[in-house]
Design a binder for this molecule. Structure first.
Ligand code: UD2
Length: 314
């Protein structure tokens, strides 16, 4: 049977968690579109019999328009992430995150998809004077990546208003958890910290380590993304998909050392260009309108993630 849900980036760390979330909540099968650039088929190993995988790049409009017909929802998670990567190598991230995203919306409209749920980014806020960050604040992107992700939100609302394609944008706030790939210097900081801890190597902290992030456990994000596909009356809108807390890198490296039972001072380097200083989501709107209900404290999320890395040590 043709899957009703298609996930771009479905072989990635967040996308594969969403695959499992959908299959655990009533979907018989799901479709995945992924070019395997940063995603891995191994992320889908346990569920592969219920996944229809298309190894396709979202820059390929013709392929998308052949795959999407019959789908009710497209979850658009495929992207080239990372603030520093978008500064060091801006062309591919522009092409995938803006042109590829446009292709996804256009193909979804052409194929008669009901709704696109888009993985936007907390980076769109930039540095705000006030925390937590609410959706009514004016965006102020500080990097090409932040700008690209913001453009995807704007395209979502324009496809809603001009073309009648439903869209919901969720601003992800520093998602972490099992399967986050620590193998690139552009990987999420917690995956790098955990890899360093297991290898008994000091991590590098860019800046003074007092910058803070609303680290959000991947299963909480996947649950919210699924809800965002179903709720009526929210099309064209943008919601924060955070946990609502805020932790510094210094605190997190302390916590990870405790989990591993080690004492290993971090190295400190210069601050990273394009970085936001502090990030924390106001989750009021997501809770009220989408039923967002995060379950994982930072302690529990870190413990589960560390357990996963230990069990899957290469
Ligand atoms: C941004 C977005 C996030 C998501 C992500 C995707 C913000 C606030 N968040 O995450 O929502 O879209 O992009 O890529 O913009 N760091 C170190 N040492 C390292 C690596 C990183 O100190 O080895 C620091 C880094 O300078 C930053 C923090 O850790 O201050 C988090 O960096 P990150 O790359 O994990 O995520 P970030 O915040 O750029």
């Amino acid at each position: 049977m043709q899957p009703k849900c298609i996930i771009t980036g479905g072989a990635g760390f967040i996308g594969s968690a969403l695959v499992r979330e959908l299959l655990a909540n009533g979907e018989q099968s799901v479709g995945v579109v992924d070019n395997l650039n940063s995603g891995h088929l191994s992320n889908l190993e346990e569920v592969k019999d219920r996944v229809e995988t298309h190894v396709v790049d979202i820059r390929d409009y013709d392929a998308l328009v052949r795959i999407f017909p019959g789908a009710d929802v497209v979850y658009h998670l495929a992207a080239i992430p990372s603030v520093p990567r978008s500064i060091q190598d801006p062309v591919p991230s522009h092409d995938v995150n803006i042109n590829g995203t446009f292709n996804v919306y256009r193909a979804a409209k052409e194929a008669g998809v009901r709704r696109v749920v888009y993985a936007a980014s907390s980076s769109a806020y930039g540095d705000t004077l006030v925390l937590p960050k609410t959706e009514s604040m004016a965006p102020s992107p500080k990097s090409p990546y932040a700008l690209q992700k913001l453009m995807g939100e704007y395209y979502g609302s324009v496809f809603d208003s001009c073309f009648g394609l439903e869209s919901v944008s969720l601003r992800f706030f520093n998602v972490y958890g099992p399967r986050q790939d620590p193998s690139s210097p552009y990987s999420g900081v917690l995956s790098l910290f955990m890899k360093a801890a297991m290898e008994r190597k000091a991590p590098t902290i860019f800046g003074d380590g007092e910058q803070s992030r609303d680290f959000t456990y991947v299963e909480d994000v996947a649950a919210l993304v699924r809800k965002a596909s179903m709720v009526p009356g929210v099309s064209g809108k943008v919601f924060n998909a955070g946990n609502g807390g805020r932790y510094t890198l210094n605190f997190l490296w302390e916590e990870i050392q405790k989990l591993e039972g080690i004492t290993l001072p971090a190295n400190y380097g210069p601050p990273r260009g394009g970085d936001v200083r502090d990030s924390q989501a106001d989750t009021t709107a997501a809770k009220r309108e989408l039923g967002h209900d995060p379950q994982f404290t930072i302690e529990e999320g870190l413990r589960r993630t560390m357990d996963w890395y230990r069990a899957h040590k290469a």
